[in-house]
Design a binder for this molecule. Structure first.
Ligand code: DGJ
Length: 730
């Protein structure tokens, strides 16, 4: 009887497995892309396809259950395992690595179940549960598909029921595979004041890793996003491309590995460097989200997809308006007092911007913040500079008729501060070694809940005492140095991960209490810029470098992934180029100013005021329209791009001449995204008072067809000149 029961159960198991294999096709679709996973006869899960969406459901049957076996036995026999673990038959970089409670380092995941739910008519979510048959380790893969925007975000949950904790040494968010004769990677790297330099390389056999180990100002040298071109380098308008980015405000790692058969695997996630993670039984390790979009029409379309998705689903108040502002950092640095600030508020009003933003240097008494050597951590207004406190500034702004915003750097501390004297145990540093400082400061230990409370309290106190504060600039100037958490004690290898989770806990609390408070993310310029942080920030500061020529490149780079309403662009004195050129570059992002207006003559002041009026009028197109990058500064001595409203009734064209060559032939710029059948009037805006437009087609009417096929002569033979053309359908 017992034997019969065993046989019965075995047969049932077999049938269930067969069922899983037979029906085991998981199709994750957007309107334009299919990601197809299959459960093979061995019970494991494989990626069968990632590419343009297939028309016929019946074609699913053609995908073999285990695919891409490569050349004979030389690569993994089973092909593209969706989330391969380490130690068994896969010869390349794994997604998951576990040291089990008994020290065993092998894991092999098999399919258990899966499901799909419709979140709304545009968003669906598929999950797949996998489990090791020998060790009770479980992995759940999530894929959320945004149909119209053609974006998929994917993340992983890892848990187990072993007797004792296990150690995770790999914990990728996602693993994706590709097959193409050539792979071209575009990376975005640089340094302070030269962020997101775009460079392209062909991937060959072996691994290319893009990663950071900087901890807090994590993206100082390289950003958490990349582009892949298949068969050819990425272009704007044609070719198959993937744009991928990780939502993680800390150490990240992308591994691109071409195997012996020429397949490419892309592994995205937290950088496991110095970050073995101890997972207790029943505890859940949730990875950050990897977000990607595929396009058959180049990166222009892919960027627009990401922009639409980000505004609609990801960014704090992504569909809402943005505030123009006057900041004081470039004009005063630390050298200001109440009187100076009140005068700047009047200037802000005169300019017509919405807000005055007070930057660094307003706090610290025992250790006054008169330079970057002291005071960080002591968030009390400095009596010497601001005898009447923040209240006087808030009132001053109200009287001037502008809103008031304030700078903080709440995750950091100068050793010369009351905070450090009182709570050295709240600071990431090595008690027994000489400290290494970056900008004279150290990073607070956000893995410690008490520190989280303290950081949350900085914002909460300011907001409670001055509910009129309408904006925060949240800076983060130092990477983590001297890595040691007094709080985590013997679990030091969890600091990089738990620190970032601690930041999110703080930001989440702020978001709950102040859901629509606009906040700018900044890290000594663009050292932090990812889609998880942007859930809590309305915008970010791409770079301290506001030289407009440099900004053309920096904003070009960030625009690949982020919509213009997140890119703060200020008119400053950097570069000393003509004011019009500086302003025209800033106007392609979220416009702001950081200059002393009294340094400008009357005509220049009038020009700036006019620019603000134009920007406000065109904001829906500039910040909410579709971006078409037309001429890349990387390829010419010129640059051009345009925004087109969703209904194609209005567009704004920006054309910049950087440094033309002698006798250079100038080509017209062909526009994109217009309605070919529509007629459009083209008018130059943002002219200096009294300046006559040199744009030869000014005021004329053209069909969209003509503008897109023939184009407009908008480049000049003069260095650092620019045109902004407003395009209006008749
Ligand atoms: C770095 C930022 O990028 C600047 O804009 C400014 O806020 C300084 N920090 C202030 O210290």
């Amino acid at each position: 009887m017992k034997r019969q029961l065993v046989l019965f159960l075995f047969l049932c198991g077999g049938l269930l497995k067969l069922y899983a294999v037979d029906k085991g096709v998981l199709r994750i679709s957007t309107d334009a892309t299919d990601l197809i996973l299959r459960v093979a006869a061995n019970g494991r899960l494989y990626q069968s396809y990632l590419g343009p969406r297939l028309l016929n459901e019946s074609d699913m049957q053609h995908f073999p259950a285990s695919t891409r076996s490569g050349s004979g036995e030389s690569i993994s026999k089973q092909g593209w395992e969706a989330y391969p673990a380490s130690g068994m038959e896969d010869y390349f970089e794994p997604a998951l690595g576990v040291i089990h409670h008994d020290g065993n380092m092998t894991t092999l995941l098999k399919y258990i179940s899966s499901g799909t739910r419709e979140i709304n008519e545009n968003v669906s979510e598929t999950w797949v549960q996998l489990r090791d048959e020998v060790y009770p380790v479980e992995v759940k893969l999530y894929y959320r598909a945004f149909h119209k925007e053609n974006v998929i975000k994917t993340w992983t949950e890892i848990s187990h029921k072993e007797k004792k904790p296990v150690t995770l040494f790999r914990y990728a968010s996602a693993m994706l595979y590709f097959e193409s004769p050539h792979y071209y990677l575009t990376e975005f790297s640089g340094d302070w004041a030269k962020e997101v330099g775009m460079s392209v390389q062909e991937l060959q056999f072996g691994k290319k890793i893009i990663d950071t180990k900087l901890g807090s100002r994590a993206a100082m040298h390289v950003s958490p996003f990349f582009q892949l071109g298949f068969g050819q380098p990425v272009t704007e308008t044609q070719g198959t491309v993937l744009l991928g980015t990780l939502g993680w405000t800390g150490n990240f790692r992308f591994t691109f590995e071409v195997d012996n058969a020429g397949n490419l695997r892309v592994i995205s996630g937290i950088n496991p460097y110095a970050s073995h993670y101890e997972l207790k039984p029943g505890e859940l390790f949730k990875t950050p989200e990897f977000i990607f979009t595929l396009s058959e029409k180049g990166c222009g379309e892919a960027s627009r997809n990401l922009h639409d998705w980000a505004r609609c689903y990801q960014i704090k108040d992504g569909m809402a308006d943005r505030l123009t502002l006057l900041n004081n950092w470039e004009s005063t640095g630390f050298d200001f007092n109440e009187e100076k600030l009140l005068a700047l508020m009047q200037q802000a009003k005169h300019l017509g911007v919405d807000l005055f933003l007070l930057d660094d240097g307003w706090f610290g008494n025992n250790y006054p913040r008169n330079n970057d050597k002291a005071g960080l951590g002591d968030w009390e207004p400095m009596h010497d500079k601001l005898p009447d406190g923040i209240g006087a500034l808030v009132n001053g702004a109200e009287k001037a008729g502008v809103k008031f915003g304030i700078w903080i750097e709440p995750e950091m501390v100068n050793p010369k501060s009351d905070l450090f004297q009182k709570h050295p145990d709240w600071v990431i540093h090595q008690p027994d070694r000489e400290a290494y400082y970056f900008r004279n400061q150290l990073v607070l230990d956000l893995s410690n809940p008490k520190v989280q409370d303290y950081v949350y309290g900085i914002v909460d106190k300011l907001m409670t005492e001055h509910p009129e504060i309408a904006f925060f600039k949240w800076d983060c100037n130092s990477p983590i140095t001297n890595i040691y958490s007094p709080y985590l004690k013997e679990k030091q290898s969890q600091l990089y991960v738990d620190h970032v989770r601690g930041i999110y806990r703080v930001l989440e609390r702020i978001q709950v209490k102040y859901p629509h408070l606009p906040m700018m993310l900044c890290a000594g310029g663009g050292g932090r810029c990812d889609y998880e942080a942007l859930k809590y920030f309305t915008e970010f500061w791409p770079s301290d470098n506001t030289d407009p020529v440099e900004r053309l490149f920096i904003q070009w780079g960030f625009s690949q992934f982020f919509p213009s309403k997140t890119l703060c662009a200020h008119v400053t004195g950097w570069g000393k180029q003509p004011l019009k050129f500086r302003t025209d570059v800033a106007m392609m992002g979220k416009l702001g100013f950081d200059i002393n207006i009294t340094d400008l003559n009357d005509a220049e002041q009038a020009f700036c005021r006019g620019a603000v009026v134009n920007f406000n009028r065109l904001k829906p197109v500039i910040l909410g329209g579709d971006l078409f990058r037309l001429v890349s500064p990387y390829e010419a001595e010129h640059a051009a791009l345009m925004y087109v409203s969703k209904e194609k009734k209005k567009a704004v064209l920006y054309a910049y001449t950087i440094h033309p060559r002698f006798g250079e032939k100038l080509f017209p710029v062909r526009l994109q995204g217009l309605d070919p059948g529509c007629r459009y009037k083209v008018e130059e805006i943002n002219l200096m008072p009294g300046q006559k437009s040199k744009f030869s087609e000014n005021g004329k009417v053209f069909s969209g067809d003509y503008l897109m096929k023939v184009g407009l002569p908008v480049f000049t033979t003069q260095s650092t000149t620019s045109h902004i053309i407003e395009i209006t359908s008749e």
